[in-house]
Design a protein around this ligand. Structure first.
Ligand code: F6R
Length: 365
């Protein structure tokens, strides 16, 4: 079942041009988005006072990646909840809220308990899942299937990118009644259609990521700095590295750098800075300069052709990725980090598909 691949995680990473195609199949029509499972509820969503994203782990990170586009196209405040934390706090949820539950398996205990809680409080509950007939799919009022195909590797890869794309389509559908954003929505739809091709391009970095992994094999720790659309990429890249390569790794909001993390910077600690082109580019350029001034061991991810604009010194490792619409860039940017986590795991001799202590579906609290 792994075909030409050694591991399911590897197969699932390389499958992403296809899985994203199936996520979008039949849903992009005449320059607009049609989501059958949401159609009847779009009006209610548009009138809600708040959208709350709820999930755990990678699914939470996918929602975080989609959040800026949701805010932009809907004009509705969007808040984020880790499912366990929402329960711990018994945070307020109202009838006027739309609660969006994101879960690959649709069976994660914390997410399902948060769903019971939101239902009891009268919110409109929307499910985003990869599993038809799952508890999440059955108990929510409406939703979307991400159609990424069965994911076997415990580390979520193709489901993550399909979740982001499914939520981007959802944001487009919610914002479809606004004339003011029509050109923006059109540009995003165009880039969605090109996304599978761009993913096959970025997958060509496989060998480069294998070499990068080799240079990092013995490090104790790895930091990933992102912001804006790619704050989620930093969190998700670091999560992949820690869960499969069993290496300490933290994703950080670059805007928080001076509020503590900067103290960690020295010549030995590798730091990946995501600096692809978007509204935060110049801020990330200055982050790179500041890290370099403190002799940080930098690895910079940038848009194709930007190496010389981001590299503080010739010796700095640069990962160049294809550019797409800013809101879809997280789908591209996570791929080299998935590949890096995969190769680090193989080279460090750990189990790729079944990481220590982890289960694919966390059905207990
Ligand atoms: C990480 C990973 C986990 C899951 C989390 C939620 O690679 O797979 O962080 O994302 O346990 O699982 P689902 O999406 O099934 O609710």
């Amino acid at each position: 079942k792994k075909g030409n691949y050694d591991h399911f995680m590897q197969k699932e990473i390389h499958e992403q041009p296809h899985s994203l195609t199936t996520t979008m199949r039949g849903r992009l029509k005449d320059n607009s988005v049609v989501l059958g499972g949401l159609k009847e509820h779009l009006k209610t969503i548009r009138h809600s006072r708040r959208i709350i994203f709820i999930g755990c782990g990678t699914s939470y990170n996918a929602a975080l990646a989609a959040r800026p586009l949701f805010e932009e196209l809907s004009g509705i405040p969007v808040t984020m909840e880790l499912a366990s934390d929402l329960q711990d706090r018994q945070g307020p949820i109202y009838r006027e809220d739309t609660a969006v539950f994101v879960s690959q398996s649709g069976e994660t205990a914390d997410t399902l308990l948060a769903l019971e809680y939101a239902l009891a409080n009268g919110a409109l509950c929307v499910g985003v899942t990869n599993t038809v007939g799952s508890t999440l799919a059955r108990k929510t009022h409406c939703g979307i299937h991400i159609n990424a195909g069965c994911e076997i590797g415990v580390a979520s890869t193709k489901a993550y990118t399909s979740q982001i794309v499914a939520m981007a389509m959802m944001a487009l559908a919610i914002g479809a009644d606004r004339i003011s954003t029509q050109a923006r929505r059109q540009a995003i739809v165009d880039d969605l259609s090109n996304l599978p091709y761009k993913i096959s391009e970025v997958l060509k970095l496989d060998g480069e990521m294998r070499d990068l992994a080799e240079s990092l094999i013995d490090t104790q720790s790895l930091l990933v700095f992102g912001r804006g659309y790619n704050y989620a990429t930093a969190l998700e890249g670091a999560l992949k590295v820690k869960e499969v390569a069993l290496m300490h790794s933290e994703g950080m909001l670059a805007g928080e750098m001076k509020h503590g993390p900067l103290a960690l910077v020295d010549e030995t600690l590798p730091i990946i800075v995501i600096a692809t082109r978007d509204g935060c580019f110049s801020k990330q350029q200055s982050v790179i300069q500041q890290l370099h001034a403190r002799k940080g061991r930098l690895i910079v991810m940038c848009s194709e052709g930007d190496a010389s604009s981001v590299r503080p010194v010739e010796s700095c490792k640069v990962i160049e990725v294809p550019q797409v619409a800013d809101c879809l860039q997280p789908v591209i940017n996570i791929i080299p980090l998935q590949l890096l986590a995969y190769h680090l795991t193989v080279q460090r001799g750990y189990d790729v598909d079944q990481p220590r202590n982890l289960a694919k579906s966390v059905t207990t609290q």
